[in-house]
Design a protein around this ligand. Structure first.
Ligand SMILES: Cc1cc2nc3c(=O)[nH]c(=O)nc-3n(C[C@H](O)[C@H](O)[C@H](O)COP(=O)(O)O)c2cc1C
Length: 155
């Protein structure tokens, strides 16, 4: 981060880069970690509590989604979870960046043993990605992006 004032959205997106060495002196509080990831928790109840969703909409939606999910094959659920986790991961990394913290998404880990290592039920949880987070203690590498027209088809 090159500025101490609140970064703009453009700065957050442009300045975020993977950092693999962090300042061991800087500890992120549990409260701040909660704020960083809170978008991922109990979203319907929270929406009602905050008054942005009527309770009857939640009460219709939740059983409808639960009913739909129980009929979806496991493999397809896995794809949906990976998609959701990817979106959440980016959100967490940009949220961290906006608060002056650096991150690194990590896909290279022991997929067969990660759940046990964190005391999670292996049948219920599958780790999609690890994200390291902290105060950057290195500059990291500047990355490049392929031209958008090579990646997207405008229809
Ligand atoms: C799915 C995925 C898995 C990744 N796995 C690793 C990893 O195992 N170790 C690592 O150091 N970086 C990992 N990265 C980080 C990438 O190397 C990094 O995001 C990429 O070089 C782009 O750099 P930037 O994040 O600074 O834009 C991973 C990134 C993604 C998207």
């Amino acid at each position: 981060m090159t500025t101490m004032t609140k970064p703009t959205y453009e700065q957050v997106v442009k300045e975020r880069r993977s950092i693999r060495v962090y300042d061991p002196e800087v500890k992120i509080s549990k409260q701040e970690m909660h704020e960083l990831v809170e978008t991922t928790q109990e979203i319907y109840d929270l929406a009602v509590e905050k008054g942005v969703m009527p309770a009857d909409v939640r009460d219709r939606q939740v059983p409808a989604i639960q009913g739909m999910l129980k009929d979806i094959p496991k493999e397809r659920l896995k794809t949906m979870n990976f998609l959701d986790a990817g979106l959440a991961a980016m959100q967490i990394m940009l949220s961290a960046q906006a608060r002056g913290y650096a991150t690194n998404p990590i896909g290279g880990f022991d997929k067969d043993h990660i759940a046990e290592a964190y005391g999670l039920d292996k049948e219920r949880f599958e780790a999609v990605m690890l994200i390291s987070i902290g105060k950057a203690a290195e500059e990291g590498y500047q990355s490049v992006r392929l031209p958008i027209d090579d990646l997207a088809k405008w229809v």
